[in-house]
Write a protein that binds this ligand. Sequence first.
Ligand SMILES: [Zn+2]
Length: 579
Amino acid sequence: MALNYSRDVIDRVRESNDIVEVISSHLSLRKSGANFVALCPFHQEKSPSFSVNRSKQIFHCFGCGEGGNVISFVMKFENLTFVEALKELAERGGVQLPSASTGPSEDYSRLYDVNREAAAFFHQQLKEASGSSTVREYVKRRSISDEMLEKFGIGYAPDSWDSLLHHLESKRFSPAEIEKGGLAKRSSKGNLIDTFRQRLIFPILDEKGRVVAFGGRSLGDDGKGPKYLNSPESPIYRKGRLLFGLSRSAEFIRKSKRVLIVEGYMDLLALAQGGILEVVATAGTAFTGYHCRLLKRYAEEMIMVFDGDEAGKKAAERSTITAMENDIRPKVVLLPEGKDPDDIIRDGGAESFNKTLAEAKPYLSYIIDLACRKHDISTPEGKADAIRSLIPELSKISDPIVRAGAVEALSSKTKIPVSRIELSLPRMGKEYTKSEKKSSKGEEDIRSAPPLEKIIIRIMLDHPEIIGGLAEKLKPEDFNSAACRGVFGALSDLALKGGVEVGDLAEQAGDGQFSSHIRSLLLEDSLYEEGSWGKNVEDFMKYLERKNRGKHVTRMVEAAKKQSREEYLNREKDLRNLH
Ligand SMILES: [Zn+2]
């Protein structure tokens, strides 16, 4: 974690962003005792084990162990670096970050400005294009309505080396700014030329609706350059982070609770024109894990729509694997080969497209089909491979009925009896839920530690000033629970080194070995009465004394037994010697 910011600044950013408010803008939190709970966004679960505590300003998932403070939440949830998350929260909380410490990152307002100006230029060019021009012909052929052209700010990059360049320079943008914004590039001769030439232009907006990049559909029939060209990445445009159309469709996705993911700009446009608005396009990039998490914020259901050709099938496969890795089970639609959403809408309207959607294959049938296509199931080996490749996914299904259905579908495809397939799956029921409940590392869950031991650790966390004293009196072995032993050891080590920042420990994100235990304990309600903590410590000492005294007595008895046996043997020897 490369920190350019002082502790003080980081604290100010944290203090100006209440963790409950920040998280509830992403997840729906429900009050439960002193905490708020929600379904965990970082692992798949059916009952909420993701908890947020306002007074401690931490979050913790009892299911997967993920946790930390508001900054670590934003980092993890939005897939940002520490500095990126800090900046976002600083903006949200109205904290001015010292610019000196921001290093190479700077004010991007000129980059946004130059892209906005370029969008206006392209759009104007399209408006001014004559009806007989290539671009107008294309728009007419694809029957894109004027309303859509306006709504999406679609434009035209003329067949010229430098018309945008000249326009932007006349608006007082420097060549360096234009190049940095991805709007011009160096030619082989070293002079600047327009990036987009003779193309239909789709402005790409970020979540805040700012133009950050462009996608251009080639209009030349000379086959020069790729069919689609995207702006190069820039400080304000990272491809795997953006989805075309999201800023506009977000409200419709929220309303309908579903999102359609299509591949191209034109697909999205065709659907929007047909009145289907809950759509985003990956446009120019693969579907990423970041996209998944982004969409999870808006939609409950994801439907991936792909062309039925080989490329489409490949893209569908890659995208579903990405979704799967992010605990999403999307529905998948493979359009009839040779047809894109545009064709379907044009032939039968939105109604016909909705019909296609209704036939969307649920994720499970889709991956079963996929496995059976990938392996040659006419051979015994192929059947075995197909089934084997599905075991990890099938094992994850916790609903026995869904699982039985999937197994049956697989059985009817491969002609392998259901009972045989079931034998290769881990047993359902207890075993599965148990392994699911264990923390991700398979460590002991500190919540099941002996109550008195938990209380002592919690008291140490609530009153760090006594850690040093207790560290001298107690030994890790005094705790029966391995988790308590570990946390006690870590706390006393820190105390010996001078100073424990319990907050820091609890706020450590994710994998910190003891951080997870600490957060877990901090979130437990009314573990002890605040006024009586002194007495609790005394009780523990007494308990240990008794335990140790017990041990001591056992040791004495053992020693005595040993001694008496030696005495006996000696006496016997003496007696023998007498004879
Ligand atoms: Zn979790």
